[in-house]
Structure formats: C-alpha cells, structure tokens
Write a protein that binds this ligand. Structure first.
Ligand SMILES: [Zn+2]
Length: 624
C-alpha cells in the first residue's frame, strides 16, 4: 500500500467511524409477547374468569429454563408484603405524620375474604403441556419442562380466575369517586427478561416494567357497563357510544352481556375501566383520537370538557419538544385513586390539568422509552414531572393564564422539595430501588423532584437549547428499548460535546449538596476581582452575573474542569468565558475590567437552575 493510499484508507475509515458514531442506533434485544386475553366479568360477585394465550418470542441469546408472571392482585390480602410494608412505614413519623401512603395505610389488613384481591392460575400450558409452578406472593415461578431456546417462540395457555379487590391502590372496585371497576394489573402478566436477567420484584408499592408486545383483549360484561381502555376498540360499530361516530348512544342489545374487543399494539401493559354511568368525549388531534371518559357530575362537566380541549391544545407542543406520540389513541379515564399511567390510557381521579399533562407525558417516559422503573424511578417520574412543568407553561401561555414567576421557571416546586430533603436527614441516593427507600418521602422527592431537577439543571450545565436536543435525540435513539441511566448520559454527552460522567455520578450515586458562595471582592490597579467559594461537596460550573451602576450587566461564565468544554451562550447578554475551575480547588477568582465601585450587584446563577442548597451567599448587593 502506498502512503497516499494509506492516507486515503485512513481517511475513509475515520469517516466511516464518525458516521457510525453519529448514526448508530443502539442495539439492545427485546423480548416480545403477543397476548390474547378473553375474560368474563361477573358484576355481582366481582369475579373474573378468563383465558390468556401468550406467544412469547425469546430474542435473548439465553436459554430460558423458567419464566415468571406477576400476579399483582395477590398483594391485596391481609399479611401480604404490600400490607406489612405499608404498616411498617406507618410507624415512622415525619413531621408528626405516619410515613405511609394514605390510600393504603392499614386497610389491606382489614379486608374480608370477599373484599380481597387474588389471581389464581387454574392451568398453565406451554406448547400444549401443563407446566409446574411455584407461587411466591405476587410472583408465579414456572419451572419449564423444556427450556425456551434463543430466537425461538413458544405458546403459553393460561386459565385463570381473579377477584377484583376493593379499591386500595391503583386497581379495584368502587373507588372513592364511585367508579365500579378500575382494572389495572388485572391479568397474569409476564415478567420482563432483559440484558440484566429476569425482573421479578414483589408488588409492595409501586413501579412497573414489562415486555413490549401486542394485546388482543375481549371483555364480556353486563350490558349496562361502558368501557375505556388501552388500545383501539375494534368492534366500535357494534358498541356505538361515540366510539364509532361522534355522539352515538350505547347500542341496545337483547343479550344480558356485551363483549368489548380492544387491540393495543406495541405496548407493555393493558388497562381498562368500566362503569354504567360513564360519559364519553371524543376529540382528534394530529391523527390521534383522544377519549375523555368520566362519571357525570354537573359541577365538573366543564372541567372534563376542558381536559379534552387542553389535551388537543398541547399535543403538537409535546411532540415537538419530546418526540412523536407513537399510538393512534389516548384515553383519559376516571378511575383509580390519583393519577396512574398506562399505555395509551391513564386512570385519573378527577379533571386536574396538572395530572392530565403529567400522566400523558408518561406515554413518553414510561410507555415508549420505558426504563426499568423499579431500578430507576426518576427516569420515568422525574422526566414526566419535568415535561409536565414545561407543558403546563406552554398551555398557560397559550391561554394567557398567569403562571408562577418563581425561579427556576416552571420547576420551582421541585427545587423546594429537594432542598427540604437535603436539609433533613432522610436523603438517599437516587440509585435506590423504588421499593427499598427507608421512607416514602425520600422516594417521592428523589423520583419526582430530584429527577425533574436533573433535566432542568442539565439545562444550566449544557444550555437549555442543547438539553432540549438531548431529549429529542434520547427519544429517537432509545424508544422501545428500555434505556438505563448510562444510555441517557451517553446521549447527553454525545449531543452536548460536554463530559457529564461527574454529573451522573454526583447526582445519582451520592447525596452530596451544591453550595457556592461569593467570598470577597477587591480591586488591584485597574482590575477588579471577586473570589467565589465552593462550600458544598458537589462541583458545578458557575454563571456569575454582574450589574453595574449604569445598569449594564455582564455574565461571567466559569466552566468546571471535568466538563472539558463549555456551554454555548444562552442569551444576548454580554458574556465573558473564563478559564475552567478545577473541581479540587475550593476557591476561584474572577477578574473584570470595571472599577470596583461601579459594581452594585453580583449574583451566582440568576436563573436559579443550579440546585444550590444555600442561596443566601449567592447574591451580594453593594451600596458604595
Ligand atoms: Zn407519574
């Protein structure tokens, strides 16, 4: 090979490598499942009987000698792990109140046999052969008589019976708003197997993770009931009730029961709810059908109509900011006990727009990206909370509604919760499994608030516009692939060109705080100097804004050494980019050209996006 050829080859290889780096779609195999569920509901006894056929494709490189199913409703029995865990947490008093979910408390311990929930497997066959099982609370272990080979497909046939529990948490009958059936976690659900192995958490409180696939669900129920659920109602012409054409009534039939047939594609769960008194509003936006299904109460009618209008109004913004909504339909269904997200649907207690935006944004982070929520609850709840704040701000602006002006805009409440946790002795690292926190409050603040701040503060580190690009790229590269924290931070680094391993490490693995302060200032000749001090243990880049007597302002930007790069300018404000601040140094001195007595104010991070736990030392006002 000649030198020139070598050069050319090298050039081609480098270019090729670059292309792979920029365009590579990360590969991560996913198991696949096809559910055919057929159930009949007895509305007198609250018992459901059904069959479930699963076509399970093992796309992993591993031989599977066992499979596992979730039997979530077994949690609603006295003495279950959910019951004991709730009562134990109730023994901790935080600000004088028991640290338990007020919906659960000790209610499970008091359920009578006709009020409990259960899921009983009457038979389970693989490729026609009955399989041995072991029950572990809410997890069913199936010890396969023959292993499932890599890249092969098997058929499971289940016969099951379940009793709908009295509404305690998420699912159940006769909730506080009087909805007859909130049907989540209602069928034997295959556990997820991924590159980490099987995920078989007991159902003690929260968080879900599932196998993507297609659901074909038929539900036979008393003909007076009206349903909403995941997927598209494919026998809409038989049902009517607005599903076929706007404003049609529920069709009259002679038989006592009616069958509803839903198909949901490329989802990892299926929810439905039923009540004889449901009303139904249908809207359409960007090719997506939006259903609002609720129990009619005159005083709330306008608010439910507003839910439908608001959902239509914000969808284009959600897609522009966070990526395309991948499904043909979404349903806001009154039910459950707060707001809970499911694929293509949510169960919400009432028509609050904050909940509406939050639950719908879960379609991005829990349904399309679908990180393992048990292990990384903040990747779902935190990001849904962040985007809820952004969507709410957009909606308020659209409707000329005055929002809060508190900084950081749209996210101030999350910072307040986080500061409370940091000042308490309850902080735990964000890497804690959702079910394993010492307190519910530390879970809630970490998953929702500290997760929300992760993104708002990322805007401070890499600039808001780059953060927005990261979110879109993350969605593009990782949807339908169950990303983990490393995957997110890798995208953030690639898009920003800024090293962020330190941010991941401090923010997720530790409870260290950020605290920067203005230490002192003086003049040397015609140069003025301000010394800044890092008081907290977690290092950050620093934005320092100086205001002068003539009311001009300057932004002094000090990148932190571990970033190896700085963020672009975020506004037209005059900006001075300084030498990086080595994280090992407790102090840093900023120089500026004005005589010191011209300075009237110095402020660290005027946007308040940096989660500085002590802001008193961030501002210095001067009266010369
Ligand atoms: Zn949520």
């Amino acid at each position: 090979m000649t030198t020139m050829n070598k050069k050319l080859t090298l050039f081609i290889i480098l270019n090729f490598a670059f292309l792979i780096f920029v365009n590579a779609q990360p590969e991560r195999w996913q198991q696949h499942v096809k559910y055919n569920i057929d159930v009949a509901v007895n509305v007198q006894t609250n018992i459901i009987n059904g069959t479930e056929k699963l076509e399970y494709t093992n796309n992993s490189p591993d031989k599977l000698s066992k499979v596992y199913f979730h039997l979530y409703w077994n949690a609603f029995q006295p003495g279950s792990e959910m019951d004991v865990r709730s009562r134990e947490l109730g023994k901790n008093l935080i600000n004088g109140r028991p640290d338990w979910d007020t919906r659960v408390t000790d209610r499970i311990s008091k359920l009578t046999p006709s009020e409990i929930g259960y899921q009983k497997i009457i038979s389970i066959k693989m490729n026609g052969l009955e399989q041995p099982v072991k029950l572990h609370g809410t997890i069913l272990e199936v010890d396969l008589t023959k292993a499932i080979l890599p890249k092969s497909k098997v058929i499971f046939d289940l016969v099951f019976e379940a009793q709908v529990p009295v509404q305690i948490r998420r699912s159940g009958r006769d909730n506080a708003e009087g909805i007859r059936y909130s049907m989540s976690q209602w069928y034997p659900k295959l556990c997820e197997y991924d590159y980490e192995g099987w995920h078989t958490p007991q159902y003690v409180a929260r968080e879900f993770y599932g196998v993507w696939g297609d659901y074909d669900v038929t539900i036979k129920i008393d003909k007076s009931y009206k349903l909403g659920g995941t997927g598209v109602l494919i026998n809409a012409a038989e049902i009517g009730w607005g599903y076929d054409k706007p404003g049609t009534p529920l069709k009259n039939i002679s038989s006592p029961e009616r069958t509803w047939h839903f198909i949901g594609k490329n989802v990892h769960d299926f929810v439905w709810a039923a009540d004889p008194d449901y009303e139904h509003i249908v809207k359409k936006q960007d090719g997506v059908v939006i259903n609002v299904i609720y129990k009619k109460i005159d005083s709330l009618q306008k608010k439910w109509e507003n839910v439908a209008d608001a959902a239509v109004a914000v969808l284009p913004y959600m897609e522009k900011r966070f990526g395309k909504y991948a499904y043909p339909q979404y349903s806001f269904i009154q039910g459950g006990d707060g707001g809970m997200e499911y694929p293509m649907a949510t169960l919400i207690k009432g028509p609050s727009l904050g909940t509406v935006f939050h639950e719908w944004m879960h379609s991005w982070y829990q349904m399309m990206l679908a990180s393992n929520e048990n292990e990384h609850p903040w990747m779902d709840e935190g990001y849904a909370s962040y985007s809820e704040g952004e969507v709410m701000a957009y909606y308020n602006k659209l409707k000329n509604i005055e929002g809060s002006k508190e900084l950081p805009l749209n996210h101030a409440d999350a910072y307040k919760s986080y500061y409370f946790l940091q000042r308490s002795n309850l902080a735990e690292p964000m890497t804690t499994n959702a079910d394993h926190y010492n307190t519910n409050i530390a879970y809630a603040i970490n998953a929702y608030s500290k997760g929300e701040i992760l993104l708002e503060q990322l805007g401070y580190i890499v600039s808001d516009s780059v953060r927005d690009k990261i979110l879109l790229e993350y969605y593009k590269l990782w949807r339908f692939k169950h990303p983990n924290p490393n995957d997110f931070f890798k995208v953030a680094q690639d898009v920003s060109g800024i090293q962020l391993g330190w941010y991941k490490e401090y923010w997720l693995n530790t409870v260290k705080s950020i605290d920067y302060g203005i230490d002192s200032l003086w003049q040397e000749g015609d140069v003025s100097k301000i010394r800044l001090r890092r008081i907290g243990q977690m290092p950050m880049p620093v934005d320092l804004e100086l205001t002068f007597k003539d009311s001009t302002k300057e932004l002094h930007y000090i990148p932190m050494d571990m970033m190896l790069a700085g963020k672009p300018a975020e506004s037209n404000e005059k900006r001075f980019v300084h030498q990086e601040w080595n994280w090992t140094n407790p102090t840093y001195t900023v120089e500026f050209k004005h005589p010191l007595n011209q300075l009237i104010k110095a402020e660290i991070d005027p946007t308040k996006r940096m989660a500085d736990v002590n802001q008193d030392n961030n501002v210095l006002n001067l009266n010369w």
